[in-house]
Design a protein around this ligand. Sequence first.
Ligand SMILES: [Zn+2]
Length: 242
Amino acid sequence: MFLIVTKQHLAAALGLVLFVAALSAILWQGTARPVFRQQGTVTRPAVVIVDPGHGGEDGGAVAADGTVESSINLAVALKVEELLFLTGQETEMTRREDISVYSPGAETLREKKVSDLHNRVELVNGMGEGAVLLSIHQNSLPQAKSVRGAQVFYNENAGAEPLAAAIQQAMNQAVNAGGEKSHKAIDGSVYLMAHIDCPGVLVECGFLSNAGEAALLKTEDYQRKLALSITAGYLAGCASVK
Ligand SMILES: [Zn+2]
């Protein structure tokens, strides 16, 4: 009998090591100064709102085979929520199903989209002080199909940038090897990120316009890897903010 170690096994092991390392950093950092709110000796936001972007009629970006961004966003977001739960972090989701969260009365697609975004802002801002938003999306750049990789964006509220930096670093190690990216301040036109009162980090997990990456993004293994690196980065970010 031979033990066959595949690339995926190694990648999974690496992800796990990264996650445990970040977790240990948190658990053993008894003197961490509070970022948002201190829970015992662990510095954490009061609640992390995990936001799977789009949903329902609004599928977001679309891959060549018709796969919509919203379904991948939801799959990754639910895994992030599960991992955060395991670390003792209180969480909230903007949606748990393939739905758009618009209010009754919205009729056209445009009205539904506007109402959906308003409702997400209301939910985030209703969480009160000490909340953090983690918004999960997929990218697309049809005019440059070779572009791939995960990139992390942050809004202008205090605490967002260092969290984004840590998540970007974790994702560079986990899924961007050879094509590392830098975290970036988000464009003011992204409604949700511009209108929330708390730190917001938006993760573009990969490019649906890249055939190879789109195929990966659809697999549960890769989604788990993404969720693991987002969570590990988030934990490291909480530990690093002074
Ligand atoms: Zn999107």
